[in-house]
Design a protein around this ligand. Structure first.
Ligand SMILES: [Zn+2]
Ligand SMILES: [Zn+2]
Length: 229
């Protein structure tokens, strides 16, 4: 699948308008994106900080975090939510390009200092069903734009039931042991990585994945997601 064809000028990725901005979105769609501003971001989860403390009220209630820094690009609402839904379930794989660019631009403004991009894997059975892993697709664009390498050093060991219907404890249990580090992670021990997923809801998927990589010897894990619920 060639998602980064440079020859044909693509229309606005969100609405199809003929002359989009460099971002891949037209002016109207670009301004409708529910972007999270960098100066109000909670460094623990990437959401907009709703309080007066360093981290947001949700994160204050959390136990110890596995990752160092987190960034989320958009709030889970409006056009942001709509785009991710299309990207994930609607076969609109061309969205990988503008979303990957958005993520790359955000990453460049941060001082995350990461050496590797690692997408959260889907179980092979789910990838087969969907035909693609949306996170890998936009990570490929992000890697190209930033020059940071991308490696799938993490794998799913089993297919886990859908998280959506579960509460926090249920989610944790559901994911226990769901990931394993691939042999290829050995080249990245004691390095700093960026773990990437499309959506951060309770953070249990990212926490379990990060925990697995920490145990495998990765020194520092940072988080990037497209949406923060
Ligand atoms: Zn548009
Ligand atoms: Zn937070």
């Amino acid at each position: 699948m060639n998602i980064v064809d440079e020859t044909i000028p693509a229309p606005c990725a969100a609405c199809g308008e003929k002359s989009p901005l460099e971002s891949g979105f037209c002016e109207r769609c670009q301004s409708a994106l529910p972007l999270i501003k960098a100066d109000v971001r909670c460094p623990a989860c990437g959401a907009e900080n709703d309080g007066i403390f360093d981290i947001c009220s949700k994160c204050l209630k959390e136990e110890e975090r596995v990752w160092s820094n987190a960034v989320a690009l958009m709030r889970m609402e409006g056009l942001g939510k709509n785009l991710i839904h299309r990207f994930k379930y609607g076969n609109d794989t061309f969205l990988a390009k503008p979303l990957g660019r958005l993520a790359a631009a955000a990453l460049k403004t941060l001082d995350f200092d990461v050496e590797l991009i690692v997408p959260i894997p889907l179980h092979w059975s789910r990838t087969l069903l969907r035909g693609y892993n949306q996170t890998v697709l936009f990570c490929e664009v992000m890697a190209k734009e930033t020059g940071i390498p991308l490696r799938s050093i993490l794998k799913r060991t089993r297919a886990t039931p859908k998280q959506a219907s579960l509460d926090r404890e249920g989610r944790k249990k559901n994911l226990l042991g769901a990931f394993a580090a691939r042999r290829s992670h050995e080249g990245w021990m004691n390095r700093k990585i960026l773990l990437v997923d499309d959506v951060l809801t309770t953070g249990s998927t990212l926490a379990e994945a990060a925990e697995t990589l920490k145990h495998a010897g990765i020194a520092e894990i940072n988080i990037l997601t497209l949406l923060r619920a």
